[in-house]
Design a protein around this ligand. Structure first.
Ligand code: OAD
Length: 252
């Protein structure tokens, strides 16, 4: 691609007082974590993530959903932050203004790259909680009985099912996380929208809110999305390739 859109994006970011970075599954793809709307590999290729990531699916077949999460967890724990995550962490360091990363991802690759100001809209795949919230919502379970090999494991308080601490389709987002993201979207002057299909609400509303409040939207995605028409700059391609170029252009 020509250098102009990269330079334009870098200029907008440099001049901003408050930058919000909204990320989705695409930013972790180059780390080997599959996105939600592309076919899965191997064992899980016959399943649709949108059919598995629901409370209904978990009730209907808890073992299947638990094993799917065990697989996703193993992919996340074996993966490393890619050049896109590293560039975003570098941006947080370099930029004199405020930066907040709002991610839909349930992995910890932004943290492992060094980003510090992060809001997780859809929870954290490494954590577990009681499906019945027996001690209040959420009943987080730090340690599970290692000798208990039932799938899913049992809640040590009530004996009910343990589930991952992620937001499933049809569930509400953690209130503090979505409120912080909404406030940041209203206040930022640039929003980088990276690796998200823009199809899942309420996260998909955040770029609309930012644009309505005067922010410039910069989209990084190989595909066209519902966010593309809002974007002042569209960087078409992989975030692991394009984001380091934006940082380079920022530094000169
Ligand atoms: P999706 O899987 O819907 O979209 C991934 C996006 O990343 C697509 O638009 C791809 O074109 C783009 N993409 C692919 N490779 C890329 C790369 N190397 N660099 C940049 N972009 C790339 O993922 P999300 O939009 O994150 O929710 O999905 C939103 C939510 O729906 C997820 O958080 C998850 C899912 O169901 C829950 O688990 C609640």
């Amino acid at each position: 691609m020509s250098q102009e859109p990269i330079q334009y994006a870098a200029d907008l970011v440099r001049d901003a007082r408050y930058v919000v970075i909204l990320t989705g599954a695409g930013v972790s793809k180059e780390s080997g974590v599959p996105t939600f709307r592309e076919a899965m590999d191997g064992l899980w290729s016959h399943y649709d993530p949108q059919q598995l990531a629901t409370p209904h699916a978990f009730r209907a077949n808890p073992q299947l959903v638990w094993e799917w999460y065990e697989w996703r967890r193993s992919l996340v724990s074996e993966s490393m932050p890619n050049a896109g995550h590293m560039a975003l962490a570098q941006l947080e360091q370099l930029h004199p203004g405020d930066i907040l990363t709002v991610t839909q991802n349930v992995d910890d690759l932004h943290e492992r790259a060094g980003s510090q100001r992060i809001v997780h809209l859809h929870g954290n795949i490494a954590r577990n909680k009681c499906f019945d919230s027996c001690q209040g919502e959420p009943t987080l379970l730090d340690t599970l009985d290692a000798t208990n090999d039932s799938k899913p494991p049992r809640c040590p308080y009530c004996g009910g099912m343990v589930r991952p601490d992620v937001v499933w389709f049809g569930e509400t987002l953690p209130v503090h996380a979505i409120n912080r993201a909404i406030e940041a979207s209203q206040l930022c002057d640039v929003m980088l929208v990276i690796g998200t299909s823009g199809l899942v609400n309420p996260a998909a509303q955040l770029p609309i809110l930012a644009a309505q409040n005067g922010a410039s939207i910069i989209e990084v995605n190989p595909d066209t999305t519902p966010i593309t028409p809002l974007a002042k700059v569209k960087l078409t391609g992989a975030s692991g390739e394009l984001l380091p170029q934006v940082i380079m252009a920022l530094e000169v």
